[in-house]
Unconditional design. Structure first.
Length: 388
């Protein structure tokens, strides 16, 4: 039997390994020099003023909401088609969550839907404080349009760019926060670069930066200038907010630094592989990825969609067939409002039809740096011949 081909996988170099070992032999396993060095290299790469590394993108989303003062009486909106973490962060803060349906072509939030929903929300006095656009697969949302709306309706923007380090939009790297307040990346092993677990939040705003920094370490400051009282002595620190311990370890940051050196290689290779899929997968049966105007995708995922003429049963049978061929396909994502926890909040099936239709037609197929030509040909063959 052929070896299982996953849909995504990390690529670890000898340098990643030797740098991780160096940390283990050093004085600091946490709170040493590697995390600030990693943050500096992120800032340089995406061209942001600040970056704060944490133990996951989920944590980064949480402290981002906290840094924008999301609380009990606030509303947050995100894409109906995303990983649950993009929505959970609002609930951690006690806020209300709602979703924006997706565009049928790009699978990212639909700008027309968003405009309509904002208009209605304004008339009902229920405008969101924060909107979290998700760059699905590494293809940026239409950030110019979202940013324009943010000025009209006065909301803040956190980009969930968990899929999108190495991607660009409007000739700027995603993470530069040109059209947002904060951008969040994930370094889970299936994403573009990895720190085993890990994430980062970038921003250009000094006030937001201060809060992100405090919220990730217990809300504690050691800066005399930020303190309310005169320091009792050189040991003194103060807790200003109810923060958390979301710190990234030194080992993770060391791996992040060496992984980041290869991010362009990773993304270029993913684009090369995507181009082969674009050229070779049958357009008779499948809709292939469509990028947003001005977007250069990092291709975290390659999602094919069964054409309208197929139904849920065909989709499931095709998915099971590919798994039986040892092809590690997956579905990104089950619409968030389908989950029992969200149903309890009052969401119903039918609320976001485009995200639901996407769910019944989409399949993520193998795409990662180490995917071999022979493996990709095998995948293409199995896909193209199934409906023949
Ligand atoms: C992976 C992912 C997250 C969460 O990332 P972690 O680092 O695993 O916490 C959040 N949002 C999206 C869209 C993701 O794909």
């Amino acid at each position: 039997m052929r070896k299982y081909i996953p849909y995504g996988r990390q690529d670890i170099s000898d340098e990643d390994i030797s740098e991780a070992i160096k940390v283990l032999r050093s004085d600091y396993l946490t709170q040493g020099p590697e995390v600030p060095k990693f943050e500096e290299s992120i800032c340089k790469y995406v061209n942001s003023k600040y970056a704060f590394a944490v133990n996951s993108a989920t944590s980064a989303l949480h402290i981002s909401c906290l840094a924008l003062d999301v609380g009990k009486n606030d509303i947050v909106w995100t894409s109906a088609n995303t990983f649950v973490a993009s929505a959970n962060c609002a609930l951690y803060c006690g806020a209300k969550i709602d979703f924006i349906d997706i565009d049928k072509k790009t699978n990212n939030i639909c700008i027309d839907e968003l405009s309509k929903k904002l208009k209605l929300a304004k008339s009902e006095n229920k405008l969101p404080k924060v909107i979290i656009p998700v760059h699905l697969s590494g293809n940026s949302c239409d950030m110019k349009a979202i940013s324009k709306l943010s000025k009209v309706y006065n909301f803040k923007i956190i980009e969930d760019a968990s899929h999108a380090i190495g991607a660009s939009y409007d000739n700027s790297k995603v993470g530069s926060c040109k059209y947002s307040d904060i951008t969040v990346f994930s370094f889970h092993p299936v994403k573009i670069i990895t720190t085993c677990e890990g994430g980062v939040a970038t921003t250009n705003n000094k006030k937001i930066a201060k809060k992100l920094n405090l919220y990730r370490t217990h809300g504690i400051t050691k800066e005399f200038s930020e303190m309310h009282n005169t320091p009792h002595g050189p040991w003194y620190y103060e807790q200003l907010y109810l923060g958390l311990n979301y710190r990234m370890t030194e080992i993770q940051a060391a791996i992040g630094i060496t992984q980041l050196k290869r991010v362009d290689d990773f993304v270029n290779k993913r684009n090369d592989l995507a181009k082969i899929y674009n050229d070779e997968i049958s357009k008779e049966y499948f809709d292939l990825p469509v990028l947003t105007n001005l977007s250069y995708s990092s291709y975290h995922l390659y999602v094919i969609k069964l054409k309208k003429s197929f139904d849920r049963k065909d989709h499931r049978a095709f998915f099971e067939f590919l798994r039986d061929q040892n092809i590690g396909v997956n579905i990104h994502y089950i619409p968030v409002h389908f989950h029992p926890y969200y149903k309890k909040l009052g969401f119903e099936i039918g609320d976001f039809p485009n995200a639901e239709n996407y769910y019944y037609s989409a399949i993520s197929i193998p795409l990662f740096f180490g995917l071999k030509d022979e493996e990709q040909s095998y995948v293409i063959n199995k896909i193209n011949n199934y409906f023949k």
